[in-house]
Write a protein that binds this ligand. Structure first.
Ligand code: ADP
Ligand code: ASP
Ligand code: MG
Length: 444
């Protein structure tokens, strides 16, 4: 094993690379004696702008797509002027930006499919990493730009292929013995067909954790615009506080159930290899942030999160619910449509479950109706309360229900894991529920 296997992984999100000034500030965080792989997101706003461009191209609205592309290019050109000092670096930056925006413009001439969309979405990370790499070069800091498209892979089920990532990443790293600073793109990857693809929105966190797992990193740091995981969604409630320690399971539940600070599944690769994940604030680097590790601290309820766009499906059977094979036939349908179930509750005659993708809802309902009465409620939200609720812990459920006494609850799931109580409510009541929980559980 060479020393590169001791490298930490540091991921910087959109706002942390969101302007020339932010990129300048990054140097202090990444340039020191420690060997590391730095994963960068696209500059904030870029991926959203690329989504808009792709939508215009889908709609065959070439004029609008061209305007959007040109506007974004202007933004980058202005950033470059503030990013670089020397003419040489500025020239390099301008060539880079021209290359990527000419590429974007080439899609206005051609047929547009999902593959082209993915190629478009990849441009943000390709730009930010090269821009930062050139800046380091200008500062006489030696770094290597590792192309994520050479090692980051997903399989035919769109799941990361850790074995392949490990092999290809190590092949890349071995080309640069003694090198201490690597820069790579978050979010982007290749799929089972070798095409450009991505790890879904917010996926740069996932990249960092996958790289951490692939190189057995001692630590993965996720640098963002807030001082760690907070007890509640700071975009929705007024007062929140950071949680300094979370177990992998607790953090994974919060991420999966809507805490935007982490990509929904990004904890899993780190957890698999027991690599601590630190959530840190680029605007306030000395703040303690959150450490996510195997350690569990027992102090009841720690945080709440909410996930929108949930569909609840109630399946009532003429046969008895627990009749042998009933649940299997239900689950079988969801499995065939590759639609994961989030929550499930049962009674003697019916089962209610939730899904967060309604892509195959029609087909699923049609098949369920062959042997049951089905009702569907869309626009629901899951409220997830996370902490340590071992079977010996008393009163947690009471506190939760008490806090939510004014909110109608559609489903409750408790006991599935010792770390989570989930409730399903109408999406329109999400804010009220989070505010009520902030008051009832955290005294705000
Ligand atoms: P980045 O661009 O760095 O990946 P994100 O916007 O994806 O950053 O995630 C950080 C944001 O997540 C915060 O600014 C905050 O508004 C939001 N957020 C939602 N829930 C939480 C939470 N429980 N704790 C901290 N931040 C949260
Ligand atoms: N740039 C991508 C996005 O905005 C990935 C990320 O930022 O994590 O979704
Ligand atoms: Mg993010």
């Amino acid at each position: 094993m060479n020393t590169q296997h001791k490298m930490k992984v540091l991921k910087f999100g959109g706002t942390s690379v969101g302007s020339a000034e932010r990129m300048h500030a990054l140097v202090q965080l990444v340039v020191n004696d420690e060997a590391k792989i730095v994963v960068l997101s696209a500059m904030s706003g870029t991926t959203n702008a690329l989504v808009e461009i792709a939508n215009a191209l889908y709609a065959k609205n070439t004029a609008q797509a061209t305007t959007l592309i040109n506007t974004l290019e202007e933004k980058y050109k202005n950033e470059l002027k503030r990013l670089y000092i020397t003419e040489t670096a500025l020239q390099k930056g301008n060539n880079l930006v021209k290359f990527h925006f000419d590429y974007l413009r080439s899609f206005t001439l051609d047929m547009f499919t999902a593959n082209e969309e993915k190629a478009i979405l990849a441009q943000g990370e390709l730009l930010s990493t090269a821009m930062f790499h050139y800046y380091l070069e200008e500062m006489n800091v030696s770094s290597v730009l590792l192309p994520a498209l050479n090692f980051m892979r997903i399989d035919e089920n769109d799941e990361p292929d850790l074995k392949s990532i490990e092999t290809h990443l190590n092949e890349e790293l071995e080309k640069y013995p003694g090198q201490k600073l690597f820069i790579t793109q978050g979010y982007i990857c290749r799929n089972a067909f070798g095409e450009i693809d991505n790890l879904k929105r917010g996926g740069s966190d996932y990249t960092a954790s996958l790289i951490g797992a692939a190189i057995y990193a001692p630590e993965v740091q996720i640098w963002t615009d807030i001082d760690g995981m907070h007890n509640n969604d700071p975009r929705i409630v007024d007062k929140t506080h950071p949680i300094h320690e979370l177990s992998f399971d607790e953090a994974a539940e919060l991420a999966y159930f809507g805490a935007k600070i982490l990509h929904p599944t990004c904890i899993l690769p780190a957890q698999k290899r027991k690599i601590p994940v630190l959530l840190l604030n680029t605007m306030q680097p000395s703040a303690k942030g959150t450490t996510i590790s195997e350690k569990t601290t027992e102090n009841g309820i720690k945080a709440v999160a909410a996930k929108d766009g949930i569909t609840a499906i109630n399946i009532k059977s003429d046969r008895m619910l627990l009749a042998h094979g009933f649940l299997r036939s239900v689950f079988d349908i969801f499995e065939r449509y590759k639609t994961p179930i989030d929550m499930i509750t049962t009674s003697e005659v019916a089962v209610s479950l939730t899904i967060d993708s309604s892509k195959y809802l029609k087909e699923i309902v049609k098949e369920l109706e062959e042997f049951s009465d089905v009702t569907v409620d869309e626009n629901q939200s899951i409220i997830c309360i996370v902490g340590d609720f071992g079977s010996e812990t008393k009163g947690c459920a009471l506190k939760v229900l008490n806090a939510l006494k004014e909110i109608p609850i559609r489903m409750i799931s408790y006991g599935g894991s010792p770390n989570n109580v989930s409730l399903l409510i109408k999406g329109s009541l999400k804010k009220d529920a989070l505010v009520a929980l902030n008051k009832g559980l955290f005294n705000y």
